[in-house]
Design a protein around this ligand. Structure first.
Ligand SMILES: Cc1cc2nc3c(=O)[nH]c(=O)nc-3n(C[C@H](O)[C@H](O)[C@H](O)COP(=O)(O)OP(=O)(O)OC[C@H]3O[C@@H](n4cnc5c(N)ncnc54)[C@H](O)[C@@H]3O)c2cc1C
Length: 461
């Protein structure tokens, strides 16, 4: 990028909002899992009109622009594949409005999810989407990835809370989509198209969110099983009894051992799997749900369980699950992570398949995650050696094949980015992918915005 262009961009966003030195730019060449190219420039816009001006310039001079929140993504979405400008939204981080009467909030994209949740809590309100990364990821990043989390089972995912958006199109036009009412069917639903578009169709500059009343109380149960199948069967047992917990998290034996090594909480040694279950609502309904769940746990052969109604004690029960992602690195230095989803009834088959694969390939494969949704974070832990990479690639293909055969999907919440784009046609037909590429070309004729992501092969058709 030549110095005249850099000067122009500095004029648009202000020189205090531009990073030029190589050391600083390098910090934006990776996300939580993928490494990419070092951007030519890193900028921190403060308004939609600044974003618009930069995008117009990008179309004129043909340089890529990559939107970025906190870079906690795990599929390479916020990472450039070839220089250009990384546009970071951490300085557009204001909560613009909390409308208590209409249960709506309006935020800028750089607001940290957890901080927003804590703010609305002060008003007795609840914003449920809670990716495990909520303490550092941004709402803009959550919207672009359609992030989910432990409580998606009862409350849904980010998509279910986005009523409308302000976005800047790749060619620089600023548009508003959606509504700030509970309903609205005027025109095509562009909001839904943009949610989960991984920063490839638009840059999100404002978000209208739906809020709900904060549940009065909750109970947390940590349940241990000797056999992994029993834990999986218990998940279906609870749902079949028409109880919908807010959370139903699963950890297999390998995950239990790993987390217990890193943060011991006294999990019984013979544990083959655990479930972390949370029910919420008013006090009476929480008690009623717990009373229904306990006999099911016994019937489904839970070996032991712990229960609390106290939010502080609940945090202690969550510790094993919350710290697991980081603890996995005690096994091996490289993680190849997938987030497949299968119908709940097929969970035992998937779990067995993972155990068999781990044995056959002789590499640790951990599975944990949002069992209530059938969404598993499968972590293949390897050494950074060609033989291990080969094994991981084989495992990933096998896991995806099995998932699709079971009627599932290869990503429930992490998206495709660059890391999964080679696998996308295992699930989607050529025709569907070409249709998506046509949509991308319509919005972004010069392929300026976050190029090389999701379906790069199909951009050539
Ligand atoms: C330990 C850990 C646990 C995690 N747990 C979960 C989980 O439970 N559930 C889950 O869904 N994810 C999870 N994630 C993944 C990640 O945190 C989410 O995808 C999150 O939504 C990314 O937010 P971010 O602000 O870091 O976005 P980034 O990583 O910076 O960007 C993610 C994508 O959004 C795009 N983007 C960012 N901001 C904008 C914008 N303003 N306009 C347009 N596009 C934009 C980027 O281009 C990129 O494609 C986890 C990650 C880690 C490291």
């Amino acid at each position: 990028m030549n110095s005249r262009l850099i000067d122009k961009i500095r004029e648009i966003v202000g020189k205090e909002n531009v990073l030029i030195s190589e050391e600083e730019r390098k910090c934006y060449s990776f996300d939580a899992r993928a490494h990419g190219s070092v951007p030519d420039l890193v900028i921190f816009p403060k308004s939609a009109s600044q974003v618009s001006e930069v995008l117009k310039l990008a179309n004129e001079h043909n340089f890529p622009v990559i939107p970025r929140g906190q870079g906690s993504g795990v599929t390479g979405g916020a990472v450039s594949i070839s220089g250009g400008v990384v546009m970071v939204f951490t300085k557009m981080n204001r909560i613009l409005e909390i409308d208590k009467e209409n249960l709506i909030a309006i935020v800028e994209p750089g607001v940290i999810t957890y901080e927003f949740q804590e703010e609305v809590k002060k008003h007795g309100l609840f914003y449920p989407p809670d990716p495990a990364s909520h303490k550092y990821s941004t709402i803009g990043g959550n919207v672009a990835e359609c992030a989910g989390g432990p409580n998606s089972l009862k409350y849904g995912v980010t998509r279910d809370y986005v009523l409308g958006l302000q976005v800047v199109l790749p060619t620089g036009e600023i548009i508003e989509t959606g509504v700030r009412t509970m309903k609205g069917v005027v025109g095509y639903d562009l909001t839904r198209l943009f949610v989960g578009s991984e920063g490839t169709l638009c840059v999100i500059t404002k978000i209208i969110l739906k809020l709900i009343p904060l549940p009065e109380s909750k109970a947390t149960l940590l349940v241990f099983f000797r056999e992994v199948e029993d834990a999986a069967i218990c998940v279906s047992g609870i749902i079949s009894a028409r109880i919908v917990p807010a959370v139903m998290e699963f950890m297999d034996r390998a995950s239990v051992i790993c987390s217990e090594m890193a943060n011991p909480i006294g999990i019984p040694e013979e544990t083959g799997a655990l479930l972390l279950i949370e029910v919420d609502g008013d006090e009476a309904s929480v008690k009623a749900q717990v009373e229904k769940i306990i006999p099911i746990l016994k019937e489904k052969k839970a070996s032991e369980f712990r229960i609390t109604y106290d939010p502080k004690e609940s945090e202690a029960l969550w510790l094993a699950r919350r710290t697991l992602s980081q603890a996995t690195y005690n096994l091996n230095p490289v993680k190849v992570a997938e987030d497949v989803v299968v119908p709940r009834s097929k969970i035992p088959i998937l779990i067995r398949k993972l155990e068999v694969l781990s044995e056959e390939l002789n590499i640790p494969i951990l599975s944990f995650g949002h069992a209530g949704d059938g969404n598993f974070h499968v972590s293949i832990m390897i050494k950074d050696e060609p033989r291990d990479w080969e094994k991981a690639e084989k495992a990933v293909r096998e896991i995806f094949k099995e998932t699709i055969q079971l009627g599932g999907t290869i990503s429930g919440e992490h998206g495709i980015g660059t890391l999964k784009s080679d696998y996308i046609d295992m699930e989607l037909s050529r025709e569907a992918l070409i249709t998506m590429a046509k949509i991308k070309k319509l919005f972004d004729p010069n392929n300026i915005l976050n190029p090389g992501k999701i379906f790069p092969k199909y951009m050539k058709f």
